[in-house]
Design a protein around this ligand. Structure first.
Ligand code: NDP
Length: 482
Protein backbone atom coordinates (compact mmCIF):
# COMPACT_ATOMS: atom_id res chain seq x y z
CA UNK A 1 0.00 0.00 0.00
CA UNK A 2 1.18 3.55 -0.72
CA UNK A 3 2.26 5.86 2.09
CA UNK A 4 -0.83 7.25 3.76
CA UNK A 5 -1.38 10.98 4.12
CA UNK A 6 -2.92 12.21 7.36
CA UNK A 7 -4.19 15.82 7.43
CA UNK A 8 -2.22 18.05 9.80
CA UNK A 9 -5.41 18.80 11.77
CA UNK A 10 -8.26 16.37 12.49
CA UNK A 11 -11.73 17.04 13.88
CA UNK A 12 -13.93 14.96 16.17
CA UNK A 13 -17.38 13.49 15.51
CA UNK A 14 -20.30 15.01 17.42
CA UNK A 15 -23.95 14.73 16.35
CA UNK A 16 -22.92 13.39 12.94
CA UNK A 17 -20.72 16.45 12.18
CA UNK A 18 -16.93 16.81 12.16
CA UNK A 19 -16.12 19.61 14.57
CA UNK A 20 -13.35 21.39 16.51
CA UNK A 21 -13.52 21.91 20.25
CA UNK A 22 -15.72 24.89 21.07
CA UNK A 23 -12.74 26.72 22.63
CA UNK A 24 -10.45 25.61 19.72
CA UNK A 25 -8.04 23.80 22.07
CA UNK A 26 -6.14 20.91 20.51
CA UNK A 27 -3.67 18.15 21.32
CA UNK A 28 -0.64 16.85 19.42
CA UNK A 29 -0.65 13.23 18.32
CA UNK A 30 2.92 11.89 18.43
CA UNK A 31 4.52 9.02 16.50
CA UNK A 32 6.24 7.02 19.26
CA UNK A 33 8.82 5.61 16.84
CA UNK A 34 10.41 9.04 16.21
CA UNK A 35 8.72 11.50 18.61
CA UNK A 36 7.43 13.56 15.62
CA UNK A 37 3.94 15.09 15.53
CA UNK A 38 1.59 13.18 13.19
CA UNK A 39 -1.37 15.56 13.48
CA UNK A 40 -3.50 17.41 16.03
CA UNK A 41 -6.97 16.58 17.38
CA UNK A 42 -9.46 18.71 19.34
CA UNK A 43 -9.26 18.77 23.12
CA UNK A 44 -12.93 18.42 24.05
CA UNK A 45 -14.02 20.19 27.23
CA UNK A 46 -17.22 19.99 29.30
CA UNK A 47 -19.25 22.15 26.88
CA UNK A 48 -18.35 19.84 23.97
CA UNK A 49 -19.34 16.80 26.01
CA UNK A 50 -22.67 18.45 26.85
CA UNK A 51 -23.39 18.83 23.12
CA UNK A 52 -22.26 15.26 22.37
CA UNK A 53 -24.41 13.81 25.16
CA UNK A 54 -27.44 15.86 24.10
CA UNK A 55 -27.15 14.65 20.52
CA UNK A 56 -26.67 11.05 21.67
CA UNK A 57 -29.70 11.41 23.98
CA UNK A 58 -31.83 12.75 21.11
CA UNK A 59 -30.68 9.92 18.83
CA UNK A 60 -31.63 7.45 21.57
CA UNK A 61 -35.07 8.98 22.10
CA UNK A 62 -35.79 9.16 18.35
CA UNK A 63 -34.45 5.69 17.57
CA UNK A 64 -36.62 3.75 15.15
CA UNK A 65 -34.14 1.05 14.11
CA UNK A 66 -35.49 -2.47 14.45
CA UNK A 67 -33.16 -5.14 15.87
CA UNK A 68 -32.76 -6.63 12.38
CA UNK A 69 -31.88 -3.23 10.91
CA UNK A 70 -29.28 -2.67 13.64
CA UNK A 71 -27.80 -6.06 12.82
CA UNK A 72 -27.56 -5.14 9.13
CA UNK A 73 -25.80 -1.86 10.00
CA UNK A 74 -23.30 -3.69 12.20
CA UNK A 75 -22.56 -6.12 9.34
CA UNK A 76 -22.05 -3.08 7.10
CA UNK A 77 -19.50 -1.66 9.58
CA UNK A 78 -17.68 -5.02 9.44
CA UNK A 79 -17.66 -4.82 5.61
CA UNK A 80 -16.18 -1.31 5.76
CA UNK A 81 -13.52 -2.41 8.25
CA UNK A 82 -12.60 -5.16 5.78
CA UNK A 83 -12.41 -2.60 2.96
CA UNK A 84 -10.18 -0.25 5.01
CA UNK A 85 -8.16 -2.92 6.78
CA UNK A 86 -4.73 -1.89 5.46
CA UNK A 87 -5.41 1.78 6.06
CA UNK A 88 -6.38 1.03 9.68
CA UNK A 89 -3.25 -1.10 10.11
CA UNK A 90 -1.16 1.87 8.92
CA UNK A 91 -2.92 4.27 11.28
CA UNK A 92 -2.47 1.94 14.25
CA UNK A 93 1.14 1.33 13.41
CA UNK A 94 1.96 5.06 13.16
CA UNK A 95 -0.08 6.17 16.12
CA UNK A 96 0.63 3.36 18.58
CA UNK A 97 3.93 2.01 17.22
CA UNK A 98 2.41 -1.44 16.77
CA UNK A 99 4.19 -3.72 14.28
CA UNK A 100 2.27 -3.34 11.00
CA UNK A 101 1.73 -7.08 10.47
CA UNK A 102 0.45 -7.53 14.04
CA UNK A 103 -2.04 -4.70 13.55
CA UNK A 104 -3.77 -7.06 11.09
CA UNK A 105 -4.75 -9.30 14.00
CA UNK A 106 -6.36 -6.32 15.77
CA UNK A 107 -8.42 -5.29 12.72
CA UNK A 108 -9.49 -8.89 12.04
CA UNK A 109 -10.62 -9.23 15.62
CA UNK A 110 -12.70 -6.04 15.23
CA UNK A 111 -14.38 -7.37 12.09
CA UNK A 112 -15.15 -10.63 13.88
CA UNK A 113 -16.61 -8.65 16.83
CA UNK A 114 -18.97 -6.58 14.68
CA UNK A 115 -20.23 -9.70 12.91
CA UNK A 116 -20.67 -11.58 16.19
CA UNK A 117 -22.77 -8.77 17.74
CA UNK A 118 -24.65 -8.22 14.46
CA UNK A 119 -25.96 -11.73 15.06
CA UNK A 120 -27.03 -10.87 18.60
CA UNK A 121 -29.33 -7.94 17.78
CA UNK A 122 -32.31 -10.21 17.01
CA UNK A 123 -31.73 -12.47 20.02
CA UNK A 124 -31.81 -9.97 22.89
CA UNK A 125 -35.04 -10.73 24.74
CA UNK A 126 -36.50 -11.36 28.18
CA UNK A 127 -38.46 -14.29 29.62
CA UNK A 128 -42.02 -15.10 30.48
CA UNK A 129 -42.03 -16.12 34.17
CA UNK A 130 -44.66 -18.49 35.68
CA UNK A 131 -45.14 -16.74 39.07
CA UNK A 132 -46.97 -18.40 41.99
CA UNK A 133 -49.82 -15.88 42.35
CA UNK A 134 -52.82 -16.81 40.15
CA UNK A 135 -54.04 -14.83 37.15
CA UNK A 136 -50.85 -12.97 36.53
CA UNK A 137 -48.86 -12.63 33.32
CA UNK A 138 -45.24 -11.64 34.01
CA UNK A 139 -42.54 -11.09 31.47
CA UNK A 140 -39.17 -9.33 31.36
CA UNK A 141 -37.69 -7.03 28.75
CA UNK A 142 -34.00 -6.37 28.07
CA UNK A 143 -33.89 -2.65 27.38
CA UNK A 144 -30.94 -0.47 26.33
CA UNK A 145 -29.48 1.90 28.91
CA UNK A 146 -29.39 5.12 26.88
CA UNK A 147 -26.20 7.15 26.34
CA UNK A 148 -23.11 5.13 27.22
CA UNK A 149 -19.59 6.54 27.68
CA UNK A 150 -16.82 4.28 26.37
CA UNK A 151 -13.33 5.21 27.59
CA UNK A 152 -10.43 3.25 26.15
CA UNK A 153 -6.63 3.05 26.51
CA UNK A 154 -3.76 3.33 24.04
CA UNK A 155 -2.40 -0.22 23.94
CA UNK A 156 -4.97 -1.72 21.51
CA UNK A 157 -6.72 1.48 20.40
CA UNK A 158 -9.11 0.09 17.78
CA UNK A 159 -9.68 -3.31 19.36
CA UNK A 160 -10.49 -1.93 22.82
CA UNK A 161 -12.91 0.53 21.21
CA UNK A 162 -14.69 -2.18 19.24
CA UNK A 163 -14.99 -4.54 22.24
CA UNK A 164 -17.25 -1.83 23.67
CA UNK A 165 -18.83 -0.20 20.61
CA UNK A 166 -20.12 -3.39 18.92
CA UNK A 167 -22.16 -4.75 21.88
CA UNK A 168 -23.25 -1.24 22.99
CA UNK A 169 -24.74 -0.52 19.54
CA UNK A 170 -26.13 -4.05 19.20
CA UNK A 171 -28.17 -3.48 22.36
CA UNK A 172 -29.61 -0.19 21.04
CA UNK A 173 -27.58 2.31 23.09
CA UNK A 174 -26.08 5.49 21.69
CA UNK A 175 -22.39 6.08 22.33
CA UNK A 176 -19.74 8.63 23.26
CA UNK A 177 -16.33 7.04 22.59
CA UNK A 178 -13.22 8.64 24.08
CA UNK A 179 -9.95 7.20 22.79
CA UNK A 180 -6.73 7.75 24.75
CA UNK A 181 -5.10 11.11 24.04
CA UNK A 182 -2.05 9.31 22.57
CA UNK A 183 -4.01 7.18 20.06
CA UNK A 184 -7.16 8.79 18.62
CA UNK A 185 -6.63 8.01 14.91
CA UNK A 186 -8.34 4.64 14.46
CA UNK A 187 -11.25 5.64 16.72
CA UNK A 188 -11.88 8.68 14.50
CA UNK A 189 -11.77 6.50 11.39
CA UNK A 190 -14.18 4.06 13.06
CA UNK A 191 -16.51 7.06 13.51
CA UNK A 192 -16.35 7.71 9.75
CA UNK A 193 -17.18 4.08 8.97
CA UNK A 194 -20.10 3.94 11.40
CA UNK A 195 -21.58 7.06 9.75
CA UNK A 196 -20.92 5.62 6.28
CA UNK A 197 -22.67 2.40 7.28
CA UNK A 198 -25.81 4.46 7.85
CA UNK A 199 -26.28 4.82 11.61
CA UNK A 200 -28.39 7.94 12.29
CA UNK A 201 -26.61 11.18 13.30
CA UNK A 202 -25.80 11.38 17.00
CA UNK A 203 -25.94 7.60 17.46
CA UNK A 204 -22.15 7.38 17.61
CA UNK A 205 -19.85 10.21 18.73
CA UNK A 206 -16.06 10.26 19.06
CA UNK A 207 -14.66 12.91 21.39
CA UNK A 208 -10.91 13.45 21.63
CA UNK A 209 -9.04 14.93 24.55
CA UNK A 210 -7.42 14.14 27.88
CA UNK A 211 -8.66 11.96 30.70
CA UNK A 212 -8.56 14.79 33.21
CA UNK A 213 -10.76 17.12 31.11
CA UNK A 214 -12.68 15.10 28.50
CA UNK A 215 -12.86 11.81 30.42
CA UNK A 216 -13.94 13.48 33.65
CA UNK A 217 -16.69 15.42 31.85
CA UNK A 218 -18.12 12.13 30.53
CA UNK A 219 -17.84 10.20 33.80
CA UNK A 220 -19.48 13.02 35.80
CA UNK A 221 -22.25 13.76 33.26
CA UNK A 222 -25.79 13.49 34.67
CA UNK A 223 -27.26 12.09 31.41
CA UNK A 224 -24.67 9.38 30.79
CA UNK A 225 -26.23 6.10 31.91
CA UNK A 226 -23.13 3.95 31.93
CA UNK A 227 -19.35 4.05 31.65
CA UNK A 228 -17.42 1.16 30.20
CA UNK A 229 -13.73 1.69 30.90
CA UNK A 230 -10.48 -0.10 30.10
CA UNK A 231 -7.25 1.21 31.58
CA UNK A 232 -5.34 1.50 34.82
CA UNK A 233 -6.69 0.39 38.18
CA UNK A 234 -6.07 3.90 39.60
CA UNK A 235 -8.26 5.58 36.96
CA UNK A 236 -10.85 2.79 37.35
CA UNK A 237 -11.19 3.76 41.01
CA UNK A 238 -11.59 7.46 40.07
CA UNK A 239 -14.36 6.53 37.64
CA UNK A 240 -16.28 4.66 40.33
CA UNK A 241 -16.05 7.75 42.55
CA UNK A 242 -17.20 10.03 39.71
CA UNK A 243 -20.16 7.73 39.01
CA UNK A 244 -21.10 7.66 42.70
CA UNK A 245 -20.82 11.43 43.05
CA UNK A 246 -22.86 12.22 39.91
CA UNK A 247 -25.86 10.05 38.99
CA UNK A 248 -24.84 6.54 40.14
CA UNK A 249 -24.32 5.58 36.52
CA UNK A 250 -23.48 1.93 35.91
CA UNK A 251 -19.76 1.19 35.63
CA UNK A 252 -17.89 -1.75 34.13
CA UNK A 253 -14.12 -1.86 34.41
CA UNK A 254 -11.40 -3.85 32.66
CA UNK A 255 -8.24 -2.94 34.53
CA UNK A 256 -4.65 -3.95 35.07
CA UNK A 257 -3.09 -7.35 35.49
CA UNK A 258 0.06 -9.16 36.56
CA UNK A 259 -0.70 -12.53 35.11
CA UNK A 260 1.04 -15.70 36.34
CA UNK A 261 2.30 -17.97 33.56
CA UNK A 262 3.03 -21.36 35.16
CA UNK A 263 5.22 -24.04 33.57
CA UNK A 264 5.03 -27.51 35.14
CA UNK A 265 7.86 -29.99 34.62
CA UNK A 266 5.64 -32.29 32.53
CA UNK A 267 4.87 -29.56 29.95
CA UNK A 268 5.91 -29.72 26.28
CA UNK A 269 9.01 -27.57 26.84
CA UNK A 270 9.63 -26.74 23.16
CA UNK A 271 6.07 -25.45 22.87
CA UNK A 272 6.50 -23.48 26.11
CA UNK A 273 9.69 -21.78 24.90
CA UNK A 274 8.06 -20.83 21.57
CA UNK A 275 5.15 -19.27 23.48
CA UNK A 276 6.74 -17.55 26.50
CA UNK A 277 8.74 -15.11 24.46
CA UNK A 278 5.44 -13.74 23.09
CA UNK A 279 3.44 -13.98 26.32
CA UNK A 280 6.25 -12.00 28.02
CA UNK A 281 6.77 -9.28 25.42
CA UNK A 282 3.82 -9.10 22.98
CA UNK A 283 2.91 -5.51 22.05
CA UNK A 284 6.18 -4.47 23.77
CA UNK A 285 4.65 -5.66 27.02
CA UNK A 286 1.84 -3.08 26.87
CA UNK A 287 -0.89 -5.62 27.40
CA UNK A 288 -3.19 -6.09 30.38
CA UNK A 289 -2.98 -9.90 30.10
CA UNK A 290 0.81 -9.97 29.70
CA UNK A 291 2.32 -13.12 31.26
CA UNK A 292 4.59 -10.85 33.27
CA UNK A 293 5.09 -13.30 36.17
CA UNK A 294 6.68 -16.44 34.77
CA UNK A 295 6.86 -19.38 37.21
CA UNK A 296 8.87 -22.41 36.10
CA UNK A 297 9.07 -25.76 37.90
CA UNK A 298 12.58 -26.17 39.38
CA UNK A 299 13.26 -29.33 37.32
CA UNK A 300 12.94 -27.45 34.02
CA UNK A 301 13.82 -23.95 35.24
CA UNK A 302 17.31 -23.71 33.69
CA UNK A 303 16.14 -25.13 30.35
CA UNK A 304 13.14 -22.79 30.01
CA UNK A 305 15.00 -19.69 31.19
CA UNK A 306 17.83 -20.39 28.73
CA UNK A 307 15.31 -20.94 25.92
CA UNK A 308 13.54 -17.68 26.78
CA UNK A 309 16.82 -15.73 26.81
CA UNK A 310 17.88 -17.25 23.45
CA UNK A 311 14.54 -16.44 21.81
CA UNK A 312 14.46 -12.94 23.30
CA UNK A 313 17.92 -12.17 21.94
CA UNK A 314 16.62 -12.98 18.43
CA UNK A 315 13.66 -10.56 18.57
CA UNK A 316 13.79 -7.71 16.06
CA UNK A 317 12.90 -4.26 17.39
CA UNK A 318 12.05 -1.26 15.25
CA UNK A 319 9.47 1.13 13.84
CA UNK A 320 6.02 -0.46 13.72
CA UNK A 321 5.62 0.35 10.05
CA UNK A 322 8.62 -1.95 9.24
CA UNK A 323 6.86 -4.96 10.89
CA UNK A 324 9.51 -5.83 13.50
CA UNK A 325 8.75 -8.28 16.33
CA UNK A 326 8.50 -5.42 18.84
CA UNK A 327 7.82 -1.70 18.36
CA UNK A 328 8.35 1.28 20.66
CA UNK A 329 6.54 2.10 23.89
CA UNK A 330 3.66 4.52 23.52
CA UNK A 331 5.18 7.69 24.98
CA UNK A 332 8.14 9.24 26.74
CA UNK A 333 6.17 9.11 30.00
CA UNK A 334 5.52 5.40 29.62
CA UNK A 335 9.13 4.72 28.61
CA UNK A 336 10.44 6.55 31.68
CA UNK A 337 7.96 4.71 33.90
CA UNK A 338 9.22 1.37 32.54
CA UNK A 339 12.90 2.41 32.81
CA UNK A 340 12.33 3.39 36.47
CA UNK A 341 10.95 -0.10 37.17
CA UNK A 342 13.97 -1.59 35.40
CA UNK A 343 16.38 0.41 37.60
CA UNK A 344 14.45 -0.75 40.65
CA UNK A 345 14.60 -4.33 39.38
CA UNK A 346 18.37 -4.11 39.04
CA UNK A 347 18.51 -3.39 42.78
CA UNK A 348 15.98 -5.92 44.01
CA UNK A 349 16.37 -8.89 41.60
CA UNK A 350 18.87 -10.48 39.19
CA UNK A 351 18.99 -9.02 35.66
CA UNK A 352 19.14 -11.91 33.18
CA UNK A 353 18.69 -9.99 29.90
CA UNK A 354 18.19 -6.44 28.54
CA UNK A 355 17.52 -3.65 30.98
CA UNK A 356 18.12 -0.47 28.97
CA UNK A 357 16.77 2.05 26.45
CA UNK A 358 17.73 1.35 22.84
CA UNK A 359 20.08 3.78 21.15
CA UNK A 360 21.51 4.00 17.60
CA UNK A 361 18.91 4.30 14.83
CA UNK A 362 16.12 4.03 17.39
CA UNK A 363 17.29 6.75 19.76
CA UNK A 364 14.63 9.27 18.64
CA UNK A 365 11.80 6.92 19.61
CA UNK A 366 10.66 5.34 22.87
CA UNK A 367 12.35 1.94 22.57
CA UNK A 368 13.25 -0.28 25.53
CA UNK A 369 14.97 -3.66 25.23
CA UNK A 370 12.97 -6.71 26.31
CA UNK A 371 14.10 -7.36 29.87
CA UNK A 372 14.18 -10.51 32.01
CA UNK A 373 14.67 -10.53 35.80
CA UNK A 374 14.88 -13.61 38.03
CA UNK A 375 13.93 -13.60 41.72
CA UNK A 376 12.62 -15.74 44.59
CA UNK A 377 10.63 -13.05 46.43
CA UNK A 378 7.02 -12.41 45.38
CA UNK A 379 6.80 -9.26 47.51
CA UNK A 380 9.17 -7.27 45.27
CA UNK A 381 7.60 -4.22 43.60
CA UNK A 382 8.55 -5.49 40.13
CA UNK A 383 6.64 -8.71 40.93
CA UNK A 384 3.58 -7.03 42.42
CA UNK A 385 3.05 -3.91 40.26
CA UNK A 386 1.92 -3.68 36.66
CA UNK A 387 4.91 -2.35 34.68
CA UNK A 388 3.19 -2.32 31.26
CA UNK A 389 6.41 -2.64 29.31
CA UNK A 390 8.65 -5.44 28.00
CA UNK A 391 9.65 -6.76 31.42
CA UNK A 392 9.12 -10.30 32.70
CA UNK A 393 10.00 -11.59 36.17
CA UNK A 394 10.92 -15.28 36.39
CA UNK A 395 10.96 -17.55 39.43
CA UNK A 396 11.17 -21.29 40.19
CA UNK A 397 8.69 -23.37 42.22
CA UNK A 398 8.60 -26.87 43.72
CA UNK A 399 5.00 -28.12 43.75
CA UNK A 400 1.34 -27.51 42.96
CA UNK A 401 0.34 -26.27 46.41
CA UNK A 402 3.15 -23.69 46.48
CA UNK A 403 2.43 -22.37 43.00
CA UNK A 404 -1.31 -21.90 43.54
CA UNK A 405 -0.61 -19.82 46.63
CA UNK A 406 2.08 -17.76 44.84
CA UNK A 407 0.02 -17.25 41.68
CA UNK A 408 -2.82 -15.85 43.80
CA UNK A 409 -0.52 -13.55 45.77
CA UNK A 410 -1.51 -10.44 43.78
CA UNK A 411 -4.04 -7.63 43.94
CA UNK A 412 -4.84 -8.48 40.30
CA UNK A 413 -6.74 -11.38 38.77
CA UNK A 414 -7.19 -10.79 35.06
CA UNK A 415 -5.62 -13.83 33.39
CA UNK A 416 -3.33 -16.79 34.04
CA UNK A 417 -1.83 -19.62 32.04
CA UNK A 418 -0.52 -23.05 32.89
CA UNK A 419 1.45 -25.59 30.92
CA UNK A 420 1.19 -29.33 31.65
CA UNK A 421 0.28 -32.61 29.90
CA UNK A 422 -1.59 -33.83 33.02
CA UNK A 423 -5.27 -33.08 32.28
CA UNK A 424 -6.45 -33.57 35.87
CA UNK A 425 -3.77 -31.27 37.26
CA UNK A 426 -4.58 -28.69 34.57
CA UNK A 427 -8.24 -28.47 35.61
CA UNK A 428 -7.47 -28.73 39.35
CA UNK A 429 -5.08 -25.77 39.20
CA UNK A 430 -7.25 -23.77 36.77
CA UNK A 431 -10.16 -23.98 39.24
CA UNK A 432 -8.05 -22.63 42.11
CA UNK A 433 -6.45 -19.70 40.30
CA UNK A 434 -8.17 -16.41 41.12
CA UNK A 435 -8.52 -14.87 37.68
CA UNK A 436 -11.17 -14.18 35.06
CA UNK A 437 -9.42 -16.26 32.40
CA UNK A 438 -7.15 -19.31 32.60
CA UNK A 439 -5.39 -20.60 29.48
CA UNK A 440 -4.05 -24.17 29.43
CA UNK A 441 -1.19 -24.96 27.03
CA UNK A 442 -1.56 -21.67 25.17
CA UNK A 443 -1.63 -17.94 25.75
CA UNK A 444 -3.74 -14.92 24.76
CA UNK A 445 -6.51 -17.02 23.22
CA UNK A 446 -9.57 -14.82 22.57
CA UNK A 447 -12.89 -15.08 20.78
CA UNK A 448 -15.79 -12.59 20.70
CA UNK A 449 -18.05 -15.31 22.14
CA UNK A 450 -15.98 -15.90 25.30
CA UNK A 451 -16.42 -13.59 28.33
CA UNK A 452 -13.35 -11.65 29.44
CA UNK A 453 -12.76 -9.62 32.60
CA UNK A 454 -11.09 -9.54 35.96
CA UNK A 455 -11.22 -10.89 39.50
CA UNK A 456 -10.06 -8.67 42.39
CA UNK A 457 -8.64 -5.27 41.33
CA UNK A 458 -8.55 -6.27 37.66
CA UNK A 459 -12.08 -4.98 37.33
CA UNK A 460 -15.74 -5.88 37.29
CA UNK A 461 -18.17 -6.99 34.62
CA UNK A 462 -17.34 -9.21 31.65
CA UNK A 463 -16.86 -7.98 28.10
CA UNK A 464 -17.48 -10.17 25.05
CA UNK A 465 -19.90 -13.03 24.58
CA UNK A 466 -23.40 -13.01 26.03
CA UNK A 467 -22.01 -11.29 29.15
CA UNK A 468 -21.56 -8.03 27.22
CA UNK A 469 -25.28 -8.04 26.38
CA UNK A 470 -25.97 -7.90 30.11
CA UNK A 471 -23.46 -5.02 30.46
CA UNK A 472 -25.30 -2.85 27.94
CA UNK A 473 -28.94 -3.63 28.83
CA UNK A 474 -31.18 -3.33 31.85
CA UNK A 475 -33.98 -5.69 32.74
CA UNK A 476 -37.57 -4.63 33.28
CA UNK A 477 -40.28 -6.88 34.76
CA UNK A 478 -43.82 -6.25 33.45
CA UNK A 479 -46.77 -7.59 35.52
CA UNK A 480 -50.31 -7.90 34.19
CA UNK A 481 -53.34 -8.97 36.24
CA UNK A 482 -55.34 -11.11 33.86
P1 NDP B 1 -5.10 5.46 32.03
O1 NDP B 1 -5.83 4.49 32.86
O2 NDP B 1 -4.80 6.81 32.59
O3 NDP B 1 -5.88 5.75 30.65
C1 NDP B 1 -6.91 4.98 30.10
C2 NDP B 1 -8.03 5.89 29.57
O4 NDP B 1 -8.63 6.58 30.66
C3 NDP B 1 -7.53 6.96 28.63
O5 NDP B 1 -8.52 7.21 27.64
C4 NDP B 1 -7.41 8.15 29.55
O6 NDP B 1 -7.43 9.37 28.89
C5 NDP B 1 -8.63 7.98 30.42
N1 NDP B 1 -8.59 8.69 31.68
C6 NDP B 1 -7.51 9.05 32.43
N2 NDP B 1 -7.91 9.69 33.55
C7 NDP B 1 -9.26 9.75 33.51
C8 NDP B 1 -10.25 10.28 34.38
N3 NDP B 1 -9.94 10.87 35.53
N4 NDP B 1 -11.55 10.16 34.04
C9 NDP B 1 -11.90 9.54 32.89
N5 NDP B 1 -11.01 9.03 32.03
C10 NDP B 1 -9.70 9.12 32.33
O7 NDP B 1 -3.77 4.80 31.54
P2 NDP B 1 -2.36 5.53 31.32
O8 NDP B 1 -2.30 5.94 29.93
O9 NDP B 1 -2.10 6.61 32.31
O10 NDP B 1 -1.36 4.35 31.63
C11 NDP B 1 -0.84 4.21 32.95
C12 NDP B 1 -0.79 2.79 33.37
O11 NDP B 1 -2.10 2.24 33.31
C13 NDP B 1 0.01 1.87 32.46
O12 NDP B 1 1.36 1.90 32.73
C14 NDP B 1 -0.61 0.54 32.78
O13 NDP B 1 -0.07 0.03 33.98
C15 NDP B 1 -2.06 0.88 33.00
N6 NDP B 1 -2.87 0.63 31.78
C16 NDP B 1 -3.59 -0.49 31.74
C17 NDP B 1 -4.32 -0.78 30.61
C18 NDP B 1 -5.13 -2.01 30.50
O14 NDP B 1 -5.47 -2.41 29.39
N7 NDP B 1 -5.50 -2.63 31.59
C19 NDP B 1 -4.29 0.10 29.44
C20 NDP B 1 -3.53 1.31 29.61
C21 NDP B 1 -2.84 1.53 30.75
P3 NDP B 1 -6.08 10.06 28.35
O15 NDP B 1 -5.19 8.99 27.87
O16 NDP B 1 -6.58 10.87 27.26
O17 NDP B 1 -5.52 10.83 29.48
Amino acid sequence: MEKIIIPSRLQMLIGGEWVDANNKDSLSVINPANAQEITTVPLAAKEDIDIAVDSAQQAFENDTLTPAERGQLLHKVADLLERDKEYLMHLESLDNGKPFDKAAYDVDSCIHHFRYYAGWTTKIHGDQIPVSSPNKLVYTRKEPLGVVGLIVPWNFPLMMSVWKVAPALACGNTCILKPAEQTPLTALHLGKLIMEAGFPKGYFNVVTGTGAITGEAITRHQKVAKISFTGSTDVGKKIMVAAAESNLKKVSLELGGKSPNIVFDDADIDQVIESVVWSSFYNSGQECTLGSRLYIHEKVYDQVLKGLIDKTSQLSIGKGIDSPDLGPLISETQMNRVLNYIELGKKEAKLEFGGHRLEGDLKEGYFVSPTIFSHQNDDLKIVQEEIFGPVVVVSSFKDEEEIIQRANHSIFGLAAALWTKDVSKAHRVAHQIQSGTVWINGYDMFDPSVPFGGYKQSGNGREMGKSAIDLYTQEKAVWLSL
